[in-house]
Write a protein that binds this ligand. Structure first.
Ligand SMILES: *Cc1c(COP(=O)(O)O)cnc(C)c1O
Length: 342
């Protein structure tokens, strides 16, 4: 990719080849030190567990440039720890926190010309992943693992800007089983979500919000993001469940809502029948930080929130502005959430 041809304001959220990525191998009980490579193809045994039995996990992070030109990461150690939890659930070799951080920082530094400058809403998306490799046939944990980190400059997740989306409340399909791998950032959860997403899009929705897999009564999360709701009394609530992915942005949003905006926040089971009490809704995750949700479609009815679902609600809006400003260092980072890549 020729740097001269990058139009930072026109980037979309798609893969772009940049020169370096990081690979580390695990074999016979230990990790090698890992190194930067330029080849973006991976040669893999045909029987590898990642290909047949879904032994695959990943993370998603962003590096952003501050106004004064520093490259900032948002809570990267939380991603490192979640990566280990995901590995535990899929019985994969855990990547030590130091190796995870090394992989990320070395990849960013080697590609630092590709970190979009401040002011475009763009970022360097970081994709660490771990796959089971090695010769294999039967169902068992892999004899070898590969930890990789690649990066790609991306524009804002939603090109149209901070516009509300519509979600279909999914009453048939589940994203994961109640005590399955929903809490792990595993590719399998995403493959399960593709078909429901296709159907929802055909019905005119942007995305899906799943219900709990046991009773189909309580909100879980969207396919790629956690969700939150602002009730008419200004209480912010976010679903509590063992089968959702513990979003780092959601945890940050909860803290910011309580500490910086004095909102009452509840992490609890949220019944679908509470839709009528909701004034605003949003989805949250690293890619978009917050995406306002303007309407929910449930059992053939459309429930519209603030401004008839055409604009983000005021609370969603101020949380978004605050969190986005925190990410790029525009607001003072009093909690030590930012880490500079030097
Ligand atoms: C990654 C992910 C999220 C968002 O997590 P963040 O840590 O906030 O980026 C939410 N739900 C699912 C299913 C995810 O995979």
């Amino acid at each position: 990719m020729d740097l001269k041809n990058i139009e930072w304001d026109k980037l979309d959220f798609s893969y772009r080849y940049v020169p370096y990525r990081f690979h580390a191998h695990w074999k016979d009980g230990s990790w090698d030190e890992g190194k930067l490579v330029t080849e973006n193809k991976i040669a893999i045994d045909e029987g590898a567990t990642t290909l047949h039995y879904g032994q695959q996990i990943f993370e998603g992070m962003k590096a952003q440039m501050s106004k004064d030109g520093r490259i900032l990461l948002f809570k990267p150690h939380e991603n490192a720890r979640r990566f280990q939890k995901s590995a535990q659930r899929l019985l994969m070799a855990e990547v030590p926190e130091e190796l995870f951080m090394k992989g990320i920082t070395e990849t960013i530094k080697a590609n630092k010309e590709y970190v979009p400058p401040y002011g475009y809403g763009a970022s360097l998306y970081i994709r660490p992943f771990l796959i089971g490799m090695g010769e294999n046939l039967g169902v068992r944990p892999a004899p070898e693992y590969l930890f990789c980190v690649f990066v790609s400059p991306v524009g804002p997740y939603f090109k149209e800007g901070f516009k509300p989306i519509s979600l279909k409340v999914e009453t048939f399909f589940d994203r994961c089983a109640a005590h399955g791998i929903g809490a792990a950032k595993a590719g399998g959860n995403y493959s399960a979500s593709l078909l429901p997403l296709k159907y929802a899009r055909e019905e005119g929705f942007n995305d899906v919000v799943y219900l709990d897999p046991i009773e189909h009564k309580y909100f879980e999360e969207s396919g790629v993001a956690n969700v939150f709701f602002v009730f008419k009394d200004s209480t912010l609530a976010t679903p509590k469940s063992v089968s959702i992915l513990d979003s780092i942005i959601r945890r940050s949003l909860v803290q910011v809502a309580q500490e910086d905006f004095d909102l009452t926040v509840e992490e609890r089971r949220i019944h679908v029948d509470e839709i009528s009490e909701m004034a605003e809704a949003g989805a949250c995750g690293t890619a978009a930080v917050i995406t306002p949700v303007g309407s929910l479609g449930y059992n053939g009815k459309i429930y519209r929130f603030y401004a008839d679902g055409k604009e983000a609600g005021p609370i969603t809006n101020k949380l978004y502005k605050h969190l986005s400003a925190l990410h790029v260092g525009d607001i003072e980072d009093t909690r030590g959430w930012l880490e500079e890549v030097k």
